[in-house]
Design a protein around this ligand. Structure first.
Ligand code: IPD
Length: 286
């Protein structure tokens, strides 16, 4: 098998992201999204059309590499260590259905399950994030991430952090209990009536959350229950911007791209390790 040409793959993924963006921007209101698991886990004809367009193009150009997409995934075809395109055709499907302009095409490429190329494109705002491992992360191809200058302010702890959290579509069982208890603990210092983290944002796209952390406009993103196609592309972008992704549960400094529990933290003055440990302490019940 030929060694992957990462620069070519990066440019190909950007071309496909723009083509996908045209399909998304020209979409008519989808009156009949299908429910996958429940009313918060939806798929539209456009998710399927974009994935078909992208998989057809990638399989034709790169027949040696595997393809792993949200809408064609089955539990019998788990992610392997082979060079693999890991794709979410529309990340933020609920936003797309509601015309909330915060959804994206998330196109990743992993080797040995290590995210290596990432392209995330929001067609509503025409914002592109992209990175190749080892070559830096960029917004709209030219602006290096994280943004430099006086903003964002240095992150010194969770008390001055803007934290992205998501409800996800998994609303039952132990995962839901951990989420809601953690939201509660992070939200308020009950004994003093004060705030713990500065505020939450729940914007409905895992990939765009990770890019916001890479950019530095959000400090932390935490979610359990999402998938490798939600995070693979953003993972490369965040890593190249100086941020990290660790396990969403306490103790896991190494998390696999298909680990399904993620805590993303931007480059921090105080040290990412301290921010991660502080966040984990809230999950444990500080
Ligand atoms: C979802 C979004 C959402 C997150 C869910 C994901 P989808 O992806 O990223 O923010 O909370 O866990 O499944 O279904 O819109 O591709």
């Amino acid at each position: 098998m030929a060694t992957p040409n990462l620069n070519e793959i990066h440019d190909t993924l950007i071309d496909l992201a723009f083509k996908a963006g045209e399909i998304i921007n020209n979409a008519l209101p989808d009156t009949g999204p299908d429910s996958k698991k429940n009313s918060a886990d939806l798929v539209t004809q456009y998710d399927r059309a974009v994935e078909t367009m992208i998989s057809t193009a990638l399989k034709e150009k790169y027949p040696d590499y595997a393809f792993h997409g949200e809408e064609t995934y089955t539990p019998t075809t788990p992610l392997t260590t082979a060079p693999t395109f890991i794709i979410d055709p529309i990340d933020g499907t609920i936003n797309f259905i509601h015309n909330f302009p915060h959804a994206c095409v998330s196109l990743g490429f992993a080797i040995n399950k290590i995210p290596t190329v990432g392209v995330v494109y929001n067609p509503s705002t025409q914002t592109l994030y992209s990175a190749i491992k080892g070559q830096g992360a960029f917004k709209n191809r030219t602006t290096r991430l994280p943004l430099s200058g006086t903003t964002p302010a240095p992150l010194t702890g969770l008390s001055n952090a803007l934290v992205a959290i998501e409800w996800g579509s998994d609303r039952g069982g132990a995962n839901w209990g951990v989420k809601t208890r953690t939201f509660e603990r992070l939200g308020a210092d009950k004994s003093q009536g004060g705030a713990m983290v500065r505020s939450f944002r729940s914007l409905g796209s895992a990939a765009l959350n990770i890019c916001a952390v890479a950019e530095g406009v959000v400090d932390v993103y935490w979610e359990g229950g999402c998938w490798e196609w939600d995070v693979c592309a953003g993972w490369v972008i965040l890593g190249e911007a100086g941020g990290v992704i660790v396990d969403g549960n306490p103790g896991g400094w190494e998390v696999a791209v298909d680990g399904r529990r993620y805590l993303a933290v931007r480059g921090a003055e105080k040290g990412q390790r301290e921010i991660v440990e502080e966040f984990w302490s809230y999950i444990q019940g500080r």
